[in-house]
Design a protein around this ligand. Structure first.
Ligand code: MF3
Ligand code: CO
Ligand code: CO
Length: 251
């Protein structure tokens, strides 16, 4: 579904059109779009443009050349939820915006690579924060990753910064998301829009995000939301930190 959205993003398309593509892609697979009517959310997809951190509601505004847009897709299929997102470049994005998106993707993978049984959940945020701040970017505190499975949002919370209190030890079988939101300027949350959902940065600086759903395995981690064609390769690939683990590093 996310790949279908990636192919559709271009200057001039509205986020309502992206929502329709997402909805139809979900139904075509026999799933239900988890965001639709979740706590009153009105659409099947979250679309967060430029200074929006997350939970943007698709509308009739056409995307403009130079925007960045995050599409956050969740499907309920076979009795469980799968949650993933990516930030896309709309046409020609300035260098600072491209750097923000690249570093955010890298930060997500640093977080995923920190996952293995026996380590505290806060090692994920430590790895993400180190990478983001080394590039002069901020890490959003107001939203965190989450346990996921038969329910959309469960324990544990997965902060994307180092939180000494997040000391839950990871165990094989746990499923949760890693979804860092990284800012060009201040990491602070601004006022939620009058729609009750859209969450902007306080200083209106741009924010990027990437998300995967992961499983803790006895050997480390398996990413559950990779595109299907790559999933088979991942099963035979070496651990995520090993050289040549190419497929795991893509989204
Ligand atoms: N997919 C989002 C997440 O990563 C949650 C969206 S909830 C909605 O947790 F209601 F805004 F859709
Ligand atoms: Co999520
Ligand atoms: Co999500």
């Amino acid at each position: 579904m996310l790949a279908e959205l990636a192919a559709a993003v271009r200057p001039g398309i509205t986020t309502d059109e992206l929502d329709r593509i997402c909805h139809e892609a979900c139904i075509a697979r026999g799933g239900y779009p988890s965001p639709l009517h979740y706590k009153g959310f009105p659409k099947s997809l979250c679309t967060s443009v430029n200074e929006v951190i997350c939970h943007g509601i698709p509308d009739d505004r056409p995307l403009r050349d130079g925007d960045i847009v995050n599409c956050d897709v969740t499907i309920y299929l076979g009795g469980v939820h799968g949650d993933c997102n990516a930030t896309f470049l709309v046409g020609d994005v300035d260098e600072a915006g491209r750097d923000l998106v690249r570093v955010t993707r890298e930060a997500m993978w640093r977080g995923i690579e920190a996952v293995r049984p026996g380590v505290p959940v806060n090692e994920i945020g430590r790895a993400i924060q180190e990478h983001a701040e080394a590039h002069g970017f901020g890490v959003v505190r107001a939203f965190v990753g989450h346990g996921i499975g038969e329910e959309f949002h469960t324990a544990p919370s997965v902060p994307h910064y180092f939180d000494p209190n997040a000391d839950t030890l990871l165990e094989p079988g746990m499923t949760f998301t890693i979804e860092p939101m990284i800012t060009e300027g201040s990491w602070e949350l601004g006022r939620i829009w009058a729609d009750g959902w859209t969450a902007p940065t306080r200083d209106r600086s741009r924010c990027a995000q990437f998300e995967h759903t992961v499983l803790v395995t006895t050997g480390g981690v398996e990413v559950l939301t990779l595109p299907a064609r790559r999933a088979a390769r991942v099963l035979t690939a070496p651990g995520p930190s090993a050289a040549g683990a190419g497929p795991r590093r893509r989204d």
